[in-house]
Design a protein. Structure first.
Length: 182
């Protein structure tokens, strides 16, 4: 069931639990939950967000998952977190201090769960949080600790510069082996 306007208003500043497990290959890191996601409790839940279709098209998962199935991601070696935990209507409502604090929290999480790589869903958030104003989409030379970093296009439907097939192609680069980083 879709959240109502009242549900969305009540979701402001709410948080969503991380989807993590042992031995993750990739930890996806969103900017922060949108109100729709916070109202449903599921990452990338807003209709029109291309994360879930791209995940399937990239062949990181064998079938198209729905946001409510996020709990199965660790069985595929995948997880999800956010740079900033609190839900907002728009990412531009977040302060530079929140991005910096989120980067510190993420460093601690990465140290604890040790995924092979962290994949940021959006270059702007990565630039703000880690002070990398010239970062571009793709694998980064910098690591976080010894964790590899890859920046993906933001899968929001508002990001018209990137098509679903192009997002999926970039996401496919996350696969280990010849099609992705080792």
């Amino acid at each position: 069931m879709r959240p109502t306007k009242t549900d969305l208003a009540a979701a402001r500043n709410a948080t969503i639990d991380d989807v993590i497990g042992p031995d993750l290959d990739v930890l996806f890191c969103g900017i922060n939950p949108g109100l729709y996601s916070a109202a449903t409790g599921h990452h990338f839940a807003r209709p029109g967000n291309r994360f879930w279709p791209a995940l399937h098209l990239s062949r990181l998962v064998p079938r198209r998952l729905e946001p409510y199935e996020q709990h199965v991601l660790p069985s595929y070696g995948l997880g999800i977190t956010n740079l900033v935990a609190r839900a907002t209507a728009r990412a531009d409502e977040l302060s530079p201090e929140e991005f910096r604090a989120g980067a510190e929290r993420l460093r601690g999480l990465l140290k604890e769960i040790r995924p092979r790589l962290v994949a940021f869903a959006g270059v702007t958030a990565y630039r703000h949080a880690f002070g990398r104003p010239r970062a571009v989409i793709g694998p980064q030379e910098e690591t976080i600790g010894d964790i590899a970093v890859h920046v993906l296009p933001n899968p929001s439907g508002l990001n018209a510069h990137w098509t679903l097939p192009a997002i999926a192609e970039e996401m496919a680069r996350l696969r280990p082996g010849p099609a992705g980083p080792a």
